[in-house]
Design a binder for this molecule. Structure first.
Ligand SMILES: C[S@@+](CC[C@H](N)C(=O)[O-])C[C@H]1O[C@@H](n2cnc3c(N)ncnc32)[C@H](O)[C@@H]1O
Length: 302
């Protein structure tokens, strides 16, 4: 899967870019058997960079179908954006709760490529999205336009800790319920071990460094609202495992996900990376969003 950069993404939104995307889709889309022929044919008429960007985008749309269904075919993505986006079914349910509660506008901090953003807008809410990554922000803008909700959406770039929130109440209400998927709440042993290795430091940057510091966790404020923690137990255990015989999801041990305070911990036999895509985790999430007590929903299924 190719990377997506800002210049080639903008080119995709031009009339030529739209034509190339349409042609790629008409010639078999992300089907690898037709890709080479499509690439060769289109490169005779269009800029090679534009054709590669279109092929990458069509592959991403294909991958995003699992989250966005038929909408994915007209949306735009980055590789990280697809992975991180909220599934449409969850985002819609979430947005409906806001709409039912009479909320008229939403500040979507860290909006990504706009999975939640477009669901809020479709539910009739005005939404202002903020993201610090310029490409991701452009993709969110393109998605709002592609799904016909651009007039409900404004977007701003920058770090959410620094952007002025003029016009928004300074004292933001606390969320009613927090959900954590495989989130460490105590220093994860894997981060402490890997922090010595430069590839880990290169890939994980500041986030990886903080995960390896016990003081980071002890300095976090206590959880002030009810919380559901989903901890995976699908990691292999044994003498050779860095987790020994402790239950873990391959990255975070169950004991490292535990926290003090009003938290319910659900153990599900999944691995860390695939947690978001697991149907049992999805059911837990939807229950928590519906305000149904999750007690028992996360019992280990073997
Ligand atoms: C998990 S994604 C959001 C997914 C989004 N809810 C969706 O459904 O598409 C998190 C986003 O937060 C952004 N981000 C992370 N830290 C940020 C910060 N301090 N300020 C602004 N954006 C930030 C990242 O660039 C990334 O796009």
């Amino acid at each position: 899967m190719g990377e997506v950069d800002l210049a080639s993404f903008r080119a995709l939104l031009s009339p030529d870019g739209e034509r190339v995307l349409e042609e790629v889709a008409a010639r078999g889309g992300a089907d690898e058997r037709t890709m080479l022929g499509t690439l060769t044919a289109l490169r005779r008429r269009y800029d090679a960079g534009l054709v590669s960007a279109a092929l990458t985008q069509v592959r991403l749309r294909d991958r995003a179908q699992a989250k966005f269904g038929a909408d994915a075919a007209g949306m735009y993505f980055t590789p990280a954006g697809v992975e991180q986006a909220t599934r449409a079914v969850v985002a819609e349910r979430h947005a409906r709760r806001y709409a039912d509660a009479g909320v008229l506008r939403v500040l979507d901090l860290c909006c990504g490529i706009g999975g939640d953003l477009v669901a809020f807008a479709r539910a009739g809410l005005r939404v202002h999205g903020v993201d610090r990554d310029p490409l991701t922000l452009e993709v969110a803008r393109a998605n709002a336009a592609a799904l016909g909700v651009a007039e409900m959406v404004t977007l701003g770039g920058g770090d959410v800790a620094e952007v002025p929130l003029g016009g928004w109440p300074a004292a933001l209400p606390l969320p009613r319920h927090v959900i954590m998927l495989g989130t460490p709440n105590r220093p994860p042993r894997l981060a402490r071990r890997l922090q010595r290795l430069w590839p880990y430091r290169l890939v994980n940057g500041e986030c990886g460094r903080l995960l390896a510091r016990a003081e980071f966790f002890t300095g976090l404020p206590p959880m002030a609202v009810p919380c559901t923690i989903v901890a995976g137990t699908g990691g292999w255990r044994g003498g050779w495992s860095p987790f020994g015989h402790d239950a873990h999801d391959g990255v975070v041990a169950v004991a490292e996900a535990e926290m003090d305070g009003p938290a319910f911990l659900a153990q599900v036999p999944v691995r860390h990376t695939f947690m978001m895509n697991d149907r049992r985790v999805r059911a837990l999430l939807l229950n928590a969003l519906d305000g149904v007590s999750p007690s028992g929903a996360g019992r280990e299924e073997r």
